[in-house]
Every structure is written in structure tokens, then in C-alpha cells.
Design a protein around this ligand. Structure first.
Ligand code: ADP
Ligand code: GLC
Length: 482
């Protein structure tokens, strides 16, 4: 098999910087693709935590003025990754997260911060650094969306361009006034280029100008070609349907390995699943819940945003009392949701436990200790938590949308008889349907053999990157110039 050299352009990458699943994907792809003879290096912004993790970095390019200040491109290995980090202090050296300050607001210069990332991605794709000649540049999400535009309008030979949309809710839409600062030729401000509803659309540009578009599940790839799921981009996506593919995410099965996970209390295997009980006990203690080995314990690990549908769970709290069940929630985001769940925990001490932070260790313990993991998303491009749940013997209870629909086999009576169920799904995404799913979950949990079988099937499911990596490698080979 011919080997391929490729560059991934990503605004976050696990374990260096993460706000969501995109970081997990960007962090896992290089390792997974190596098995497919693809050498994938990643360009990411030189945020403080990224630069802090780099050892023995070498400056491989210098810019006197990169969108308003001097910058260096560093090449280094960190956390097993082959990285290029864009060290541009005027853009990335600041307090807060990757996209905004502690006040929760986006940085006002995000257009320039990510135009710079894309510009350098394009330059790298066209031979900026000696000895690195990628045949494919793979851009992730709106932050990398202009990469394809810089490649396209350079007028020079270019590598193949792949754009992955992880979530159409984030489009990088900016007013037309910023166009002049982007360094693109005037003709780029057109419907065939970066123009989008009168402004500049970073994701739109990437979707428009890349050779191939991928998104993170086959169902989401279909959904986004329709009306409101397309969030304004459905027309473009329908027009480019031939170039659009849904490639399911995997998870890093080394990071998520219940046999060796140092973040859980008791390791376990499919054959020794009883050991999960120790994790449940530890989780109940950690979250201030009553120790109750047999009570149904439902877990949530999620960003708290409209997408994730957790406001619907607030309407279902009577379920936990009626069924003597428990709830643990780990999440951050919307302050109103945090306040509402805080209040719920106060009203139901010993039954509902909440934790509002980003906590990797607790996320692992929840997956290892909860009986079920709830994911009531209104839309979900792929979702990783249901994959982690299956790998950890927790039963996912999820809305039937996007990647959740593709990765879970609902425990209806037929699937139970055929012994192939891996979780529970519900539709439509309403509080009533969610309450119904929770009741169904409680009933199944009481059927010990059926429940064990669902856990067992989840643990058997291949949630690794093996198949998705093969699919990406195929796409890379198709777009790589001969
Ligand atoms: P999204 O990217 O839309 O947030 P995904 O399901 O694809 O959703 O990925 C979310 C990732 O972030 C998972 O790896 C999940 O375990 C993790 N995660 C979400 N919230 C937290 C949190 N508060 N603490 C730790 N991990 C979290
Ligand atoms: C996005 C989506 C999520 C997906 C992740 C990684 O954040 O919301 O569904 O799993 O990207 O692709």
C-alpha cells in the first residue's frame, strides 16, 4: 500500500487542549492512521498549555507579521504526537479557553486568530517546511475552515483538501468588514468562495472549497442536508452530496480501557464485570450519594448546552424518586442549567449528585460506575460518551439522532431476543419520550439477565478507530494528487 503524508489542522487536540470531542478525534487520528500507512502531523495554535507541553521544540518558520504580530512555527513531539504549534503570542498567549475569556465571551479577534491558523496550514501544505510535503491537508471545524480557501486562491499546485465538520452549530460567521484583513483576493468574496449570507463564513468556505467533506456519522451526514439540521448550510451540502461522507468516530481504546484505566477504582473485564460494583460504590461516595449497590444509577458527562438536551432531564426528576434511582451529573456550560441542577441536588440529597467542572478522572469513574449513561441530545453529530459507555459496561440511554442512532442498537424485544441490543434509544427528543426511556431503563435494569446481556454486547462492540481510520485513509488516497 502506498504511504500518504498528511497534515491535520485542528484548533484543539487531546491531551494538550480540549473543550469537546473534536480534541479526542484530533488526538487519536494520527495513531489510528499510522496503521493505515498515513503519516499525519497536526498543526494547532500555540495556546499556553500547548507550548508548555512542548519539549525540545524547533522553530521551523518565522513570520514578521502574521495578522498583526510576529510569529514562529514550532515543530515538536509531545504526548506521542507529531506537532506543529503556531507560536503567535498576540493571538494565543492569553487567559481563558481556546476561544474565549473567563467571562464566557468569544475573543473579539477570533476571525484573525483562526485565519492565521488556516493560513499557516495552507502554507505548510504547500511546502513551507523543508522535508515536509503533505499530499493531503485535513481541516477540522470552522477554526480551520479557511485552509481550503488559502490553498484554492494561492494559484499554486496544492495538496488534496478534506474538511471535517464536527458540528454545524459552530460556523465561524463574521461580518463582511473582516474580509479585507484576511489576505484573500477580491474574487474570494463570492458565493463560490468565502461569502456567506453577506458576511464571511469560515466553515462555509471549507465546505465549499475542499475536495471532500466529511462529517462524523452517516446519519448526521443525511440530517444536515435537510432543512433545519443543515443550519443554513443544507443547500450547499445537498449540492456537494457526492463529495460528502459520514465517517463515524471511534475512541482511543487505550485511554478508555477498563482493564488498565488508572483513573478508576477497580479495573474490570467483560468476564469479570462484577468488579464494576466497586466503581459504583466509589462513585456514590465521591458524589455524596447513598451507598446502594442495587439501585439504578444514571450518569451524565456532558457539555451543558442546548444541543445536549439536559433541560429535558430537569423535567424528568420525579422519575428518580418514583423509581428509587440515583443521578450523577458532571458537566460545565450554561450557567442557568448549572444552577438548575445544583438546586435539584439540594432538593434530593443522597439521590442526585452534581459536579460542575471539567474533570477527566471523574468522567472515567462515572463511565465505570454508573449503570446507565444518559445522552438526550437534540442533535448529535457523533457523540463519544455513548462509545465510552459501551466500552465500560454502562448502558447508553440516548436520543435517536445523528451518531447516537448509528452507534446504539435499541433494546426492543426483538433485539433482546436476538441478544444484540447495546442500549436504549428514544424519539422524539421530548421530556415525555425521555421519561418513557428512563422507565424502560428501570424495567430492564430489574431484568438482571437481559441487562447483563446489553452490557456484554456493549463491551463486545468495536468502538475503536480501526474502521474509521481505514475510511479516512481511503478518502486521503482519493484526494492526494497523483
Ligand atoms: P461534544 O464534542 O459535542 O461535547 P462528544 O460526546 O463528542 O460531545 O465529546 C465529549 C467529550 O468530552 C467526551 O470525551 C466526554 O467524556 C468529555 N467531557 C464532556 N464534558 C466533560 C466534563 N465535564 N469533564 C470531563 N470530560 C468531559
Ligand atoms: C462535536 C459533536 C460531537 C462529536 C465531536 C467529535 O463536538 O458535537 O457529536 O462527537 O464533535 O467529532
Amino acid at each position: 500500500m502506498k504511504s500518504v503524508t498528511a497534515l491535520s489542522v485542528a484548533p484543539e487536540i487531546y491531551p494538550l487542549i480540549k473543550t469537546g470531542g473534536l480534541a479526542d478525534v484530533a488526538g487519536a487520528l494520527p495513531g489510528a492512521l499510522a496503521a493505515e500507512h498515513v503519516a499525519l502531523r497536526t498543526l494547532c495554535p500555540g495556546y499556553r498549555p500547548v507550548l508548555a507541553a512542548l519539549k525540545k521544540a524547533e522553530a521551523v518558520a518565522h513570520f514578521d507579521d502574521l495578522f498583526g504580530g510576529p510569529a514562529r512555527l514550532l515543530a515538536a513531539r509531545a504526548a506521542g504526537l507529531d506537532l506543529f504549534a503556531l507560536d503567535a503570542p498576540h493571538l494565543y498567549d492569553r487567559d481563558g479557553g481556546p476561544y474565549g475569556g473567563h467571562d464566557g465571551r468569544d475573543f473579539p479577534d477570533n476571525a484573525l486568530r483562526f485565519a492565521a491558523l488556516a493560513k499557516v496550514g495552507a502554507l505548510l501544505g504547500q511546502g513551507l517546511v523543508e522535508g515536509f510535503a503533505p499530499q493531503v491537508v485535513h481541516a477540522h471545524d470552522w477554526q480551520a475552515g479557511l485552509t481550503a480557501a488559502y490553498l484554492h486562491y494561492s494559484g499554486k499546485p496544492r495538496p488534496g483538501a478534506v474538511m471535517t465538520a464536527h458540528n454545524l452549530a459552530f460556523q465561524g460567521q463574521f461580518p463582511a468588514e473582516i474580509f479585507g484583513a484576511l489576505g484573500l483576493p477580491p474574487q474570494a468574496f463570492s458565493i463560490e468562495g468565502v461569502e456567506y449570507y453577506g458576511g464571511v463564513g469560515f466553515l462555509k468556505a471549507g465546505l465549499q472549497l475542499s475536495d471532500r467533506i466529511t462529517t462524523v456519522s452517516p446519519t448526521y451526514a443525511q440530517e444536515i442536508q435537510q432543512g433545519h439540521s443543515g443550519m443554513g448550510l443544507d443547500g450547499l451540502l445537498r449540492a456537494r452530496a457526492e463529495q460528502l461522507a459520514g465517517v463515524l468516530n471511534g475512541i482511543d481504546v487505550e485511554v478508555w480501557n477498563p482493564e488498565t484505566d488508572p483513573m478508576i477504582v477497580a479495573p474490570f473485564t467483560r468476564k469479570k464485570i462484577a468488579a464494576r460494583a466497586e466503581n459504583k460504590k466509589a462513585l456514590q461516595a465521591r458524589m455524596g450519594l447513598a451507598h446502594a449497590p442495587d439501585r439504578l444509577l444514571v450518569g451524565v458527562v456532558s457539555r451543558l448546552s442546548w444541543q445536549k438536551g439536559l433541560d429535558l432531564l430537569l423535567a424528568c426528576l420525579p422519575f428518580f424518586e418514583e423509581h428509587n434511582a440515583q443521578l450523577v451529573l458532571l458537566g460545565t456550560g450554561d450557567p442557568a442549567l448549572e444552577a438548575a441542577f445544583q438546586e435539584a441536588a439540594q432538593l434530593h440529597p443522597g439521590r442526585i449528585g452534581v459536579h460542575f467542572s471539567y474533570d477527566e478522572r471523574l468522567a472515567h469513574l462515572i463511565q465505570a460506575g454508573a449503570d446507565a449513561i444518559l445522552i438526550p441530545s437534540r442533535f448529535e453529530p457523533c457523540g463519544l460518551t455513548q462509545l465510552c459507555a459501551m466500552r465500560y459496561g454502562a448502558v447508553p440511554v440516548a436520543a435517536r439522532v445523528g451518531g447516537l442512532a448509528d452507534t446504539i442498537i435499541d433494546a426492543n424485544e426483538m433485539a433482546l431476543q436476538a441478544k444484540c441490543a447495546t442500549g436504549l434509544q428514544f424519539a422524539p427528543v421530548t421530556a415525555e419520550a425521555l421519561a418513557g426511556a428512563l422507565r424502560r431503563c428501570a424495567a430492564l435494569h430489574a431484568r438482571k439477565t437481559a441487562w447483563k446481556n446489553i452490557q456484554f454486547n456493549g463491551l463486545k462492540t468495536d468502538v475503536s478507530w480501526t474502521n474509521p481510520a481505514r475510511h479516512y485513509a481511503e478518502i486521503y488516497r482519493e484526494v492526494a494528487p497523483a
